[in-house]
Design a protein. Structure first.
Length: 391
């Protein structure tokens, strides 16, 4: 297997890495003593064909990110981990194609997890060059993504899931991946007995039969994997657990909708690896569109290009001084659907009644159906069941 190379490291940090990783990875560790800044230094490192390059902490932070950018440009299959001395600049790291960020004081568990994620991504890249990427299951896995809070992800996700459930009754599940402050249950008027925390706290092996016990049923024949009811519990859910949950659901349901927290958390990045479709959501304001542009660029640099992309512009209103052409140019992606402003949206949210059920003739509802058709096909009009909702 390809080596894991420590470049620009200190003796102290190299020892921490050696002690943190397991025996299987310890044999792959290589300490790079040549200076990367000297002529041909980086090229020589890349000639070793590393799976993972760990940069720092013996490098200036800006220098390590510059090398990370060069590696991403020349060898995208190499998983880069940077060890930063100052506060981590997450946006700059994502732009440089970095897989994980550590500090010199990171504990063994953090170091091991970061290296394993980077190595796993490199191993997937190796496999993808040899065989077609397999489907995660029979489902469409649709992740709703926005870099900015308050853009309407939860409203869109829940209404979309309810609409899809009318096409595939009992074949749709929505996962609330905002693990600290998720509101999917509230938006659907649910009081769940179980959350994702109960899944990871359960003992024994996890299979789809066990997992279904922890789902909450909605009256629209939609199933819900609710977020923990306490932020502290959300912090206990590991990335690997989320991947396992979504993989199991995708093997048994027709559609898995994933509502995410704002930005790009590790859990969201892991879910994007499993997604067949990504809905990029932005508000009709310059900061929202600019931030979305950064997310799309990071999405490309991380090699997540297999998913179908859908750009939804929420609260679209030309009176705010932005045209659709300006929005598309700024985001770097054509706008697929414009969702208008409606006063009934917050009213429905506060009541815990999805707009698609409580206000079927609302202009926003009509746009939701357009998104449903993008995911399920135009046959939606003939196959969807009458929507029902009980207070």
């Amino acid at each position: 297997m390809r080596p894991i190379v420590l470049a620009g490291s200190t003796d102290a940090f190299a020892r921490k890495v050696y002690e943190a990783v397991g025996d299987d990875m310890r044999d792959r560790l290589r300490l790079w003593n040549r200076h990367l800044a000297e002529p041909g230094g980086l090229e020589a490192l890349l000639e070793t064909q590393p799976a993972v390059a760990i940069l720092g902490p013996g490098l200036v932070d800006a220098v390590s990110l510059r090398f990370a950018q060069q590696i991403d440009t020349e060898r995208a299959e190499v998983g880069v981990v940077v060890v930063q001395n100052a506060g981590a600049n997450v946006d700059a790291a994502l732009a440089a194609g970095v897989r994980a960020i550590l500090s010199p004081d990171s504990d063994s568990d953090s170091i091991k997890a970061a290296i394993e994620r980077a190595a796993a991504a490199a191993d997937r890249s190796d496999r993808d060059t040899q065989i077609p990427k397999p489907s995660v299951g029979r489902a469409k896995v649709t992740t709703v993504l926005s870099p900015k809070g308050g853009a309407g992800k939860t409203v869109l996700s829940t209404n979309l899931a309810v609409g899809l459930a009318s096409v595939a009754p009992r074949g749709v599940v929505i996962v609330d991946l905002d693990l600290q402050f998720g509101d999917v249950a509230y938006a659907l008027g649910l009081k769940p007995r179980h959350t994702m925390y109960d899944v990871v706290a359960a003992t024994g092996s996890l299979d789809i039969t066990t997992l279904k016990v922890f789902l909450t049923h909605h009256s629209s024949d939609l199933y819900v994997m609710c977020a923990p009811d306490e932020p502290a519990r959300g912090e206990l859910i590991e990335v690997e657990a989320v991947q396992q949950i979504i993989t199991l659901l995708a093997a048994d349901f027709d559609h898995v909708i994933v509502d995410t927290a704002a930005g790009l958390s590790e859990h969201t990045l892991a879910t994007l690896d499993l997604s067949t479709d990504v809905i990029f959501l932005a508000d009709m304001d310059v900061p929202s569109v600019r931030h979305l542009s950064k997310v799309i660029k990071a999405f490309d640099r991380l090699g997540m290009g297999n998913a179908d992309r859908h750009f939804i512009l929420n609260r679209a209103d030309a009176r705010v001084g932005l045209s659709m052409m300006k929005v598309a140019a700024q985001a770097g992606l054509a706008v697929d659907i414009q969702v208008p402003v409606s006063k009934q949206v917050p009213v429905a949210l506060n009541a815990g009644s999805p707009l698609i059920l409580s206000h079927p003739k609302n202009p926003v509802t009509r746009k939701i159906w357009e998104i449903v058709e993008r995911l399920a096909g135009p046959q939606v009009r003939e196959t969807r069941q009458p929507l029902k909702w009980s207070a």
